[in-house]
Design a protein around this ligand. Structure first.
Ligand SMILES: [Fe+2]
Length: 151
């Protein structure tokens, strides 16, 4: 089975709510990939939870992009949609095939696609939000509140 997905501090965007959700997503993915669970029903349930979690996280980023009129929203959202579409493709494969190739693909998507997305697009979004927060204190208050209320 694939090796663990490592979180490193240089993946921090500086927006606490986003960083916390990214870390949780890594943890959920690792738990799924490293679990010794053989019950397909439980694996599917864990995968579904993972997918819903990331969809909610993307939803939060997209809401922030809309609320603060982020200029690169279209490009950023395209990645989110593609990532979800890739996860959707894995779901039926989890039922039919042996787990290893599906888990390898999931590992690849997170280690390559998602980590790259955080390092580039999410960091750009975060510095945009930070610049907005400097101009308008209510933005930092919103980000702080979101962090406190987020899972
Ligand atoms: Fe993003």
């Amino acid at each position: 089975m694939p090796s663990g997905i490592k979180w490193s501090e240089d993946l921090c965007t500086g927006i606490a709510v986003i960083d916390r959700q990214h870390k949780t997503f890594f943890k959920l993915t690792n738990d799924l990939l490293e679990g010794s669970e053989n019950d397909k029903k439980l694996i599917l349930k864990a995968f579904d939870f993972l997918k819903n979690y990331i969809a909610e996280h993307f939803g939060l980023e997209e809401k922030l992009m809309v609320d603060y009129k982020y200029p690169a929203i279209k490009q950023h959202k395209t990645f989110h949609d593609n990532f979800i579409a890739e996860l959707d493709k894995l779901e039926p494969r989890l039922q039919e095939e042996s787990l290893e190739p599906v888990f390898l693909r999931l590992n690849y998507l997170v280690v390559n696609w998602f980590v790259n997305h955080i390092s580039t697009k999410d960091k750009k979004l975060a510095s945009f939000l930070e610049s907005q927060a400097l101009k308008d204190k209510s933005v930092s208050a919103v980000l702080k509140r979101l962090h406190e209320n987020s899972i």
